[in-house]
Design a protein around this ligand. Sequence first.
Ligand code: SF4
Length: 231
Amino acid sequence: MHKEKPQCAKCPQVLCDPEIAVEQKPSFEKAPRFCPSKLKQDVIQRALHEYDKENIREFARLASVQEFQCYEHVPGGIRTKIPRIEETIQFAQKNGFSKLGLAFCIGLSGEARMVTEIFENNGFEVVSVCCKVGATPKESIGIKKEEKISGPEWHESMCNPIAQAEILNSEKVDFVVLMGLCVGHDTLFIKYCKMPITVLAVKDRVTGHNPLAAVYLSHSYYERLRGKATV
Ligand code: SF4
């Protein structure tokens, strides 16, 4: 028998966020077959138990309070209020974090300097580590000389997300902010970092670090992303 898999991204109704009064109960009767609110009730219940842990519950509560504070009610309705960097600062303050770790890509060194200044001016201590820390040659992980970006004849330092994570672990920072790590390097960083992590920015070399720009254009200039001919 074909086993349904969760496919929220294809949902026509989004019944999990219904516009109903507080005393009414959400219903999934009309939800699609692939709805995980129906298919995965046991997993959802198990996940909910995690919030019984006091520290997790408080962290989740503060995240939702922060989410609320990113909007304001005005006569015309609801509108957004603060950019993500401010959201990050406010959330860190709410949690009583004082020492922030900034793990950044060398390609965003200028941004790292600006972000550090912003965090410091808001009262945080900042420990920052660049992806190239240690200057270990790429050959040490099996990269061939013809696979080096700057050419075979040059030293090229490998990105070392494990060292970035371990340095921030050793510094016992309260909260880690990721900025611009490559795909895969970020995966390793997240795997090895023991501290709570948030992402301020992800790297996109051609869109000014806005990967959704290419997604928004996937029905026109970036049609090739959908397996269509490029315009
Ligand atoms: S949980 Fe169910 S109702 Fe909500 S988006 Fe997913 S499929 Fe749709």
